[in-house]
Design a protein around this ligand. Structure first.
Ligand SMILES: C[S@@+](CC[C@H](N)C(=O)[O-])C[C@H]1O[C@@H](n2cnc3c(N)ncnc32)[C@H](O)[C@@H]1O
Length: 185
């Protein structure tokens, strides 16, 4: 069992708010959608309700088990996969979402491998959105606007934008960042 499994089991995961982070633009094109670090699946399920073919990946088997149970309750066909998002081989997607994964990899290790893999998961023209806790949160960790801008540059990515948002957590609101970029065709 990893730390994430333990947090999901004992109910101390502060990101478990029962809905997707509101900063995301869920109005995306293309059928194939990937939710990286999907947790118990709130974002993936909402995207499936909107008619997308959704794959959700998380390293926590406990989270994936819960996500599958939620999907079954609603009879939604989401492909929930237990896996490490720094070493995926799942083909290409038209829209990719990361709700709180990159900031964890940056804090605990694996961010460079993940950033190197993302271009291979994104089809030409695909949109990638990342919600992260901001380094300005005072938590002692988090991402900066400069870090996100430097990670998504030409020639692989285009039209990158980063802006301040509010991240909702069970412990209260935290300052966050939303990064949006397009895989260069
Ligand atoms: C801050 S939580 C966010 C969960 C979910 N996206 C949400 O918004 O509720 C980060 C998630 O990333 C997952 N995670 C951490 N490292 C991972 C990795 N290497 N590969 C896949 N998932 C990972 C954790 O298990 C956890 O569910």
């Amino acid at each position: 069992m990893n730390d994430y499994d333990a947090m999901y089991r004992d109910g101390t995961a502060p990101w478990e708010i029962g809905r997707p982070q509101s900063a995301f633009d869920l109005d995306v094109d293309g059928p194939r959608v990937l939710d990286l670090g999907c947790g118990t699946g709130e974002l993936a399920l909402e995207l499936a309700r909107r008619g997308h073919e959704v794959t959700g990946v998380d390293i926590s088997a406990v989270a994936i088990e819960r996500a599958r149970a939620k999907a079954a309750t609603e009879e939604l066909a989401v492909d929930f996969v237990t896996g490490d998002a720094t070493r995926l081989d799942l083909g290409e997607f038209d829209a990719l979402f990361d709700s709180g994964l990159l900031h964890n990899l940056h804090r605990h290790g694996g961010a460079d491998d993940y950033l190197a893999l993302l271009p291979r998961l994104a089809a030409p023209g695909a949109i990638l959105q990342i919600v992260a806790i901001s380094a300005s949160s005072g938590e002692g960790w988090g991402l900066t606007e400069d870090y996100l801008r430097a990670a998504f540059t030409e020639p692989l990515w285009t039209d990158t934008s980063v802006g301040g948002i509010t991240v909702t957590a069970t412990v209260g609101d935290l300052p966050g960042l939303l990064m949006r970029t397009i895989r260069k065709p």
